[in-house]
Design a protein around this ligand. Structure first.
Ligand code: CP
Ligand code: NVA
Length: 310
């Protein structure tokens, strides 16, 4: 179903496609743990364009491609001719002649859309200012591992900035019938167009989307609590100002009291302890948070295998 397609946003996927990715990720994870070779993409090449920093995304895509029998090339945005003004549409057409797939981490979501429009190979969004779909598909797999296969009806509460993570979590929860509740400071709510799309998607699956400012209301009876940095990549100059604005938007022991007593805490990482999450909550939930980080590998392998296969 996903063969030859781009993966720019979870909103573009069907619910079946989301589960197809999660199921293959589980299968590939089991194979990798058992030492069973799975060279599904033997001889294939992935270009990895990075215009922002990364630890998890870079390493998991590169290692994942190797484990699938292919090769990945790290392409720094500043070293490509794109950094000297070569148009995105030309870069996309050139790279399509060499590669079998490309992943892009950049600022403007429109740049990834433009690249995908001109590329005739699958394009995977590895984070834009608007969306981070690979992370959220990973989060859904991690929730399944800790809460059971059936995601429908679970409540995920997101505390903090209405950013790329919030948007993709909204889309991901809506596609699988989960209840998503966000508490963000006034003025930092998620994008209105994304919220509208997610509300529409949720109507089809029995999920729901709630946007508010009260962290205790958002966290009430939640099965999953989620947070992310107060200042994302590209917002470094706002860091001090945001520290003041977001100081009450933290996952801590007191907030956990409002959630279901079996609630898990997720964080896409990197984390700023003492800001969006306390040291004790982070360490108490380290098992699940680092499972989440590991699952980037398995989920992205599934995405590459499904989109880049012959
Ligand atoms: N969560 C995530 O995307 O991490 P990196 O920025 O390290 O890739
Ligand atoms: N919102 C964060 C996510 C990092 C994975 C950022 O964009 O920097």
């Amino acid at each position: 179903m996903l063969k030859g397609k781009d993966l720019l946003s979870i909103h573009d996927l069907t619910t079946e496609e989301v589960y197809e990715i999660l199921d293959l990720a589980k299968e590939l994870k089991a194979k990798q743990k058992a030492g069973i070779e799975h060279h599904i993409l033997k001889g294939k090449t992935l270009g990895m364009i990075f215009q922002k920093s990364s630890t998890r995304t870079r390493v998991s895509f590169e290692v994942g491609m190797y484990q699938l029998g292919g090769t990945a090339l790290f392409l720094s945005g500043s070293e490509l001719q794109i950094g000297r003004g070569e148009p995105i549409k030309d870069t996309a057409r050139v790279l399509s002649r060499y590669l079998d797939g490309v992943m892009i981490r950049t600022f403007a979501h429109a740049d990834v859309e433009e690249f995908a429009k001109y590329a005739d190979i699958p394009v995977i969004n590895a984070l834009t200012d608007l969306l981070h779909p690979c992370q959220v598909l990973t989060d859904l797999l991690t929730v399944q591992e800790h809460k059971g296969k059936n995601l429908k009806g679970l409540k995920l509460a997101y505390i903090g900035d209405g950013n790329n993570m919030t948007h993709s979590l909204m889309y991901g929860c809506a596609k699988v019938g989960m209840h998503f509740s966000v508490a963000a400071p006034p003025g930092y709510e998620p994008n209105a167009a994304v919220t509208k799309n997610a509300v529409e998607d949720a109507k089809l699956t029995g999920g729901s989307i709630t946007v508010g400012h009260d962290i205790f209301a958002a966290a009430k009876d939640a099965d999953i609590l989620y947070t992310d940095v107060w200042a994302s990549m590209g917002q470094e100059s706002e860091r001090q100002e945001r520290k003041e604005i977001f100081k009450n938007y933290q996952i801590n022991k007191e907030l956990l009291q409002a959630a279901d007593k079996r609630a898990i805490v997720l964080h896409c990482l990197p984390a700023h302890r003492g800001e969006e999450i306390t040291e004790d909550v982070m360490e108490d939930n380290a098992q699940v948070i680092f499972d989440e980080a590991e699952n980037r590998l398995h989920v992205q392998k599934a995405i590459m295998a499904l989109t880049m296969c012959d």
